[in-house]
Design a protein around this ligand. Structure first.
Ligand code: SAM
Length: 500
């Protein structure tokens, strides 16, 4: 495919440095540092097992034991899920109050914002065939990767008739005039608005607001105090991502966090220098600092998005080249909008299509569903469990709300996130660990539990696909990750298939 992005030519050397896989000692040092900050017992990341990096047990694990709780490096709530719940834009905790969560949902429902939620819209043919996202309430495991949503794909999809409420109820829920019985048992952090004034991002605390601002939101905020170059272009970029694939928002967060980190590193470096050196500091890219800022992204396994995305079922294999070209053009359109919005001359290589494609590809190959359980569900369950008289009394108020909300009355926060340690885990069709999202683990983190006893020194493996599928289906699904599985189960079943 010919080059369509001039930055790819102009910054070829820098791009090559950014995409060079880190050395083994660098990998070791980075992940050892990360592991020291995580809730985990004795695992390590090594780069030698034949499939690139892998995670290894540094001591024994018993069946059912927690192997790792990993925090996301970068994550985003699905655009379509934003009407279902109000969560902290940085840590994804539910915020406001039970009343606000219910009132806001009903208000948006009334506005007809959930019109797209009947999932009848035509699916966007550019997105992965494997948008295997299921309703998380029915599914206890994380699904690895392919979490980007198709246009019109929805999280709330109840077809059950929702009963309307009398006038004024929704408003009084939203402005806290109506207090629901027992809701004080489920208090949520107050919603802190974005300091940039976008009115889009809310937080559970000022520390989350500050952290998000410093990490990437100062560049991606559409408010008056935004540091973006052009707010109109930013709005266009966000709209384009909403309409096509919200994985672009994740890629923008990764690029912006690298830019902000680069400038912080540069400022720290200049701090100790003479005044005239600071005044004359060039605005040329200091590659060593850009590489340092890029380190967390450099550690992720990557391929170009248009090379690794699975061919959708409705695309004929004879049209594969044209399809991949379209995907690349879609990414280029998104990149152009992002560039107009937040371009930074010193970090120009980050705006090359090569880098953008690899960042999106990294999310495509590694991401897990992000799931945070709704406190609204717990609230209604609590009411349901009350002693008979208290329940009857409470339900005079809560029952009409439940009826108005419909059967998907308490949807989880759903999104997609990159978990750096979990993403080092290789696949096996007979895995010894599993990424769960049990009720108690729906907190936005990736929870890895031992499925079998794991010995010291053994590789920790998870299954990227449903390991109970027949051999051929498993291999077909794994082709999306660009490898053929040669685990003992596959070798055995391959022979059986060949013999039959
Ligand atoms: C989520 S990453 C796992 C970590 C990866 N090995 C790394 O170096 O970062 C997934 C990629 O690892 C490789 N991989 C994982 N499991 C494998 C297996 N059983 N056989 C061959 N390659 C595997 C494939 O390249 C796959 O796309």
């Amino acid at each position: 495919m010919e080059t369509i992005c001039p930055i790819d030519l102009r910054c070829a050397n820098e791009i090559s440095a950014l995409l060079t896989p880190p050395s083994s000692p660098e990998v070791q040092e980075y992940f050892d540092g990360l592991l020291s900050t995580r809730q985990c017992r004795d695992i390590g990341v090594k780069q030698d097992g034949g499939f690139g990096k892998g995670a290894y047990a540094a001591s024994e694990f018993k069946e059912g034991e927690l192997v790792l709780k990993d925090q996301m490096l970068v994550g985003a709530q699905h655009s379509s899920n934003k009407i279902d719940c109000l969560v902290c834009s940085f840590c994804f905790r539910f915020i406001g109050s039970i009343e606000l969560q219910i009132g806001r949902r009903l208000y948006l429902q009334q506005l007809g914002a959930s019109v797209n939620h009947d999932c009848d819209m035509e699916t966007y043919s550019y997105t992965s065939k494997d948008c295997r996202e299921t309703d998380s309430s029915d599914d206890d495991d994380y699904s690895l990767t392919k979490t980007s949503k198709k246009l019109g794909e929805c999280t709330s999809g109840s077809s059950k008739t929702k009963l309307p409420l009398p006038d004024g109820i929704v408003e009084s829920l939203m402005n806290s005039h109506l207090m629901l019985p027992y809701s004080n048992m489920f208090s949520l952090p107050q919603a802190v608005p974005c300091p940039g004034g976008c009115g889009e991002a809310y937080y559970c605390s000022s520390s989350c607001a500050e952290a998000d601002w410093e990490t990437s939101h100062s560049l991606l905020c559409t408010g008056e105090r935004s540091d973006s170059v052009c707010r109109e272009a930013l709005l266009k970029f966000l709209q384009h991502a909403d309409e096509t694939n919200d994985i672009f928002i994740l890629a923008a967060k990764a690029i912006c966090s690298t830019i902000l980190k680069y400038h912080k590193l540069k400022a720290t470096k200049l701090e100790g220098q003479e005044k005239y050196v600071r005044a004359n500091a060039s605005d040329h890219c200091v590659l060593s600092l850009l590489l340092e800022a890029w380190k967390p992204i450099s550690m992720g396994h990557k391929k170009r998005w248009w090379d690794c995305i699975a061919l959708p079922d409705d695309v004929n294999s004879s049209d594969e080249t044209a399809f991949r070209m379209q995907i690349r053009e879609l990414a280029f359109r998104s990149l152009q909008l992002l560039k107009e919005a937040v371009f930074d001359k010193e970090c120009e290589p980050l705006f090359s299509l090569e880098i953008y494609g690899h960042v999106i590809g990294m999310f495509e190959l590694n991401n897990l569903d992000l799931v945070v359980a709704s406190p609204v569900e717990n609230y209604f369950l609590y009411i349901d469990d009350l002693p008979y008289h208290e329940k009857q009394e409470a339900e005079k108020i809560t029952k009409p709300l439940l009826d108005a909300l419909g059967e998907d009355y308490a949807l989880c926060c759903q999104g997609t996130a990159f978990f750096p340690l979990q993403s080092c885990m290789n696949h096996s069709c007979c895995p010894n660990a599993k990424a769960f999202k049990r009720e108690e683990d729906r907190d936005g983190q990736a929870t890895i539990i031992a499925l079998t006893p794991i010995c010291k020194g053994e590789e920790v493996t998870i299954s990227y696909v449903d390991e109970d599928l027949p051999f051929e289906d498993r291999q077909a699904s794994l082709a999306d990750y660009g490898f053929i599985c040669r685990c003992p189960k596959c070798i055995e079943e391959e022979e059986t298939v060949r013999e039959s």
